[in-house]
Write a protein that binds this ligand. Structure first.
Ligand code: 6PG
Length: 254
């Protein structure tokens, strides 16, 4: 299935389009299965989405919080209160402000001294919850200027992991471990939504969507759900180098 590319004007519209998709997927999952499972992205782009979901009266009222189970696509190997913690960012922006049962938050234990143990425990959490290879109703992803997504960085071991659901991935250029979902999980999702904003990502986004240079160089090229949809929500400045052929004419209505 070809990815859908939705180009929105600015970061505010990106958050609003993402929030609309998030609520739609949540309501549909709860209607059909009685619960909604989502793997959240870290980084800075999704913060405004998370804030909007709890801050917008209509969105907040429509989201089935008590039936939503929150997971993470990746985490930095830092304590929960560290400035780089994805959990901390999502908790500050959303989780601490929403009526979510404690049992619905399934975080990565990034504070453990051994990142591999953190990965193993998170993998067990996934096994216990899903009983099989997880099929998230929604996976939110970002993309770095180097083409990484989740913590699948160019040239790192995690790119080739096909057995484990979660690994501790050494990222040489950052000189740190990251704990990340692997492709067997990411590509088993019912829906993956990339949120990409910023002119600094325009060249990489073009290379990723045009499948240039291959997935070891641009790991975001590895994301294509086998039985699910792939949506790229892109700000106009990040999309500026995309050829007309790639731009889905259905640019998101506001
Ligand atoms: C992380 C994310 C990472 C992020 C990209 C984009 O832990 O940082 O999982 O993949 O989505 O680096 O980050 P920005 O949204 O900050 O540009």
């Amino acid at each position: 299935m070809e990815p859908e590319i939705r180009i929105v004007t600015n970061d505010e519209d990106l958050a609003r389009e993402a929030a609309s998709e998030f609520v739609h997927r949540a309501k549909e999952a709860v209607r059909t299965k009685g619960l909604f499972t989502v793997a959240l992205s870290g980084g800075s782009t999704p913060r405004s989405l998370y804030s909007l979901l709890v801050g917008d009266v209509s969105l907040r009222a429509r989201l089935p919080w008590e039936k939503t189970h929150f997971f993470w696509g990746d985490e930095r190997h830092v304590p929960l209160d560290h400035a780089d913690s994805n959990y901390r960012m999502t908790n500050e922006a959303m989780l601490s402000k929403a009526p979510i049962p404690a049992g619905n938050v399934h975080r990565i234990e990034s504070e453990l001294p051994d990142a591999h143990e953190g990965a193993r425990k998170y993998e067990q959490t996934l096994h216990d919850f899903f009983q099989q290879t997880p099929r998230f109703d929604l996976v939110l992803l970002g993309m770095g200027p180097d083409g990484h997504t989740a913590s699948l960085f160019p040239g790192t071991d995690a790119l080739s992991e096909r057995q484990h659901l979660v690994v501790a991935n050494w990222v040489e250029k950052l000189k740190e471990y990251r704990i990340t979902l692997t492709l067997p999980v990411l590509n088993n999702a019912a829906c993956v939504v990339f949120l990409v904003s910023g002119a600094e990502k325009a060249e990489t986004l073009r290379a990723v969507l045009e499948k240039e240079a291959g997935p070891v160089r641009f790991p975001s090229q590895l994301i294509h759900p086998t039985k699910g949809s792939l949506i790229w929500l892109v700000s106009s400045e990040a999309a500026i180098l995309l050829p007309k052929t790639l731009k889905n004419l259905k640019s998101a209505e506001r």
